[in-house]
Design a protein around this ligand. Structure first.
Ligand SMILES: C[S@@+](CC[C@H](N)C(=O)[O-])C[C@H]1O[C@@H](n2cnc3c(N)ncnc32)[C@H](O)[C@@H]1O
Length: 224
């Protein structure tokens, strides 16, 4: 379901780079459906790299899907003519670091389809700092985990407030029932954390305490 939702945001006819592809299911499924014209599956680790190679081979897609053993955007070559990049199932900080260290490989025209596992705030911060506008945000819950999908394109200078970076600018506007339920759960966790800090034997760093208290205030205001 998670990758199916990601797949829905890949533009028809794209040349896709799926970084951290693992088994290669996303590019192979899209290619089999004729939804994209070519793909690169990048993997940094040998076992998933071999798994992706096998998936491509078993589907006889060696001509259309290139599997490369490489870290991050090093899997992309200019001749690939990539128009969309997906990075899914990794922490938001990891996705941010992959983009930051691979900036030189971006031509600025690619659509980014991102599915971070946590760390959405630092990822959105990187997008804003690098002139990417968030076009779509989707929230889904699968097996008791909340997943976010963030679709972005470079579109010139863009400004998000601290709260928008924390909650997601479009989700904040839409206020879907899933979004509100997610933040109700998180607020309960924050309140538990703050109460455990109050009873902690050892002093909790003031900065940490203030950060969580600030987040709890933001969430309370959001839900009000
Ligand atoms: C949890 S899997 C997610 C696989 C798939 N994208 C998905 O969403 O189902 C994360 C994959 O990212 C790969 N990975 C982690 N850091 C990477 C990097 N810097 N470059 C390429 N692949 C990376 C890991 O080896 C692993 O196979």
């Amino acid at each position: 379901m998670r990758l199916e939702r990601v797949a829905a945001h890949v533009p028809a006819g794209a040349r896709l780079a799926d970084i951290g592809s693992d088994h290669g299911y996303l590019p192979v499924a899209l290619m089999r459906r004729g939804a994209i014209v070519a793909a690169v599956a990048g993997e940094v680790a040998l076992t998933p790299f071999r798994a992706a190679e096998r998936t491509v081979r078993e589907n006889e897609l060696e001509q259309q899907v290139t599997v490369r053993l490489a870290s991050g955007l090093a899997a992309i070559e200019p001749a690939d003519g990539i128009t969309a990049i997906s990075l899914c199932g990794m922490g938001g900080e990891t996705i941010r670091d992959i983009f930051d260290s691979g900036k030189a490989r971006l031509n600025g025209q690619e659509r980014l389809i991102l599915q971070p596992n946590g760390g959405e705030q630092p990822l959105r911060q990187w997008l804003m700092d690098n002139d990417y506008r968030i076009l779509v945000e989707e929230l889904l819950r699968e097996k008791r985990f909340d997943y976010e999908i963030i679709v972005a394109e470079r579109a010139g200078s863009v400004e998000y407030t601290a709260e928008e970076l924390y909650f997601g600018p479009l989700q904040m506007q839409a206020r879907s029932p899933e979004f509100l339920a997610k933040w109700q759960r998180i607020l309960r966790e924050k309140q538990k954390t703050l109460s455990s800090f109050a009873h902690a034997r050892e002093a909790v760093p003031e900065e940490k305490l203030q950060e969580i208290a600030q987040q709890a205030r933001w969430i309370t205001a959001l839900l009000a």
